[in-house]
Design a protein around this ligand. Structure first.
Ligand SMILES: *Cc1c(COP(=O)(O)O)cnc(C)c1O
Length: 391
């Protein structure tokens, strides 16, 4: 027995179950068409909702910050000082979101790990939707708080669980705003209402609402008009914003507390100047015009209508996230492979990212796709769908 035998065994098992993930290599900027494994293909699976990943305005801002501030912050902000860029960005982002304050972090994943274990501990209770993102799950695992996992979007079950634990001194409800693999929305107004009844805090993960929902992409709180009633908004700058990074926004005292206490902020270096400047430019673009957001939704509606007409099962999505449900993992991989042969890139999503038997292609429409691009994709989906007997 070698000490690494368990690895060979587990990887062998993944291969046997069709769950082994072969990661494709990107050889260009990410756009509507992208070089993948050396081939120029129509990109239908990046989170580049607004096309900002290669936007000249964001690139220009990044280039300027690079010249002025260098390549890295060379610091944990709380230890060796914070650049004016980061401070300015936090102010701008808070204003955009309609929040009192904001804290920028290195990624969305980090932001969840920063907020949840800082606010919660022994004797407290966390209420978390069963389909929440992995970074929320891990944030919850980092605390000694009790964890109540409620059925997906079930506010009655949530209310019942709150009633049963109404004497707990601290309660936090945490939910994805847009569920990342299905594209459905958390019933945020109802969640906020029960939270107020039981004096629980509410935290929403707006990773897929950012740049997508609300006025000019201000996110899910704006979409539902529940400003001031959600205690913490967590978001990512790695999706619609096209860059990389995360943030927490909300009540002034909460953000102040996180700035003093959150470990990913206190013990990990800040985002780079170029990243932060590009994010600031993204906010500027959206503040000037909601045109990219409107284009995104227009494209999403167009693509989804055509796919539905063909008979594809698109699940329960209410957003541009378009899951094409295919059942077992091998079907999803085969579908993806055949699409790629037709120059369409849409990667399979299988267990453990989604439950077993719910493998899918998660198609992501972008504002930078043209109608011709979308027609091209629909045509490829139709052909492969018929070949595999899916439609
Ligand atoms: C992508 C995602 C994250 C992580 O964001 P990163 O900036 O990529 O680390 C967190 N939550 C949800 C719901 C996501 O979809």
């Amino acid at each position: 027995m070698g000490k690494y035998d368990f690895i060979a065994a587990e990887l062998g098992e993944l291969r046997r179950q069709g769950l082994y993930n072969t990661i494709r290599t990107i050889g260009s900027a990410v756009g509507a068409w992208t070089v993948v494994d050396g081939r120029r293909v129509l990109n239908m699976c990046s989170n580049n909702y607004l096309g900002f990943a290669n936007d000249p305005r964001l690139k220009g801002a990044a280039r300027q910050a690079l010249e002025e501030y260098g390549v890295g912050p060379a610091a944990v902000r709380s230890i060796a000082g914070t650049m004016t860029l980061h401070v300015e960005f936090e102010r701008k982002l808070a204003a955009f979101k309609g929040a009192e304050d904001a804290l920028s972090l290195q990624s969305g994943f980090c932001a969840n790990l920063a907020a949840i274990p800082t606010l919660m501990g022994q004797g407290h209770v966390l209420f978390t939707d069963e389909l929440n993102h992995a970074s929320i799950i891990d944030g919850c695992r980092l605390t000694k708080a009790e964890r109540v996992i409620y059925p997906h979007r079930d506010v009655d079950a949530l209310a019942k669980a709150l009633e049963e634990r109404k004497d707990a001194p601290r309660k936090l409800i945490v939910t994805d705003g847009v569920f990342s693999m299905d594209g459905d929305l958390a019933p945020l107004p109802a969640i906020v209402e029960v939270a107020e009844r039981y004096e629980a805090m509410v935290m929403v993960d707006d990773a897929h609402g950012e740049g997508v929902l609300g006025r000019a992409g201000r996110g899910i709180v704006d979409h539902f008009g529940v400003h001031g009633r959600v205690d913490i908004e967590m978001g990512t700058l790695s999706k619609a914003f096209g860059v990389v990074g995360g943030y927490l926004a909300g009540k002034r005292e909460i953000i102040e507390y996180l700035r003093q206490r959150a470990r990913p902020f206190l013990f990990s270096s800040a985002a780079t100047p170029a990243d932060v400047a590009a994010c600031m430019a993204a906010v500027d673009v959206l503040e000037k015009s909601d045109e990219p957001v409107r284009r995104l939704w227009d494209n999403a509606r167009y693509f989804k209508a055509k796919m539905k007409d063909l008979g594809f099962d698109l699940g329960q999505s209410e957003t541009p996230i378009t899951p094409v449900m295919l059942g077992e993992a091998p079907t999803a991989w085969e579908f993806s492979k055949r699409l790629f042969q037709r120059d369409v890139f849409a990667q399979a999503i299988v267990f453990p990212t989604v439950p077993r038997g719910k493998a899918r292609l998660r198609v992501m429409v972008s504002a930078v796709h043209t109608k011709e691009d979308l027609d091209y994709a629909v045509d490829a989906f139709a052909k492969v769908g018929r070949e595999l007997g899916v439609i």
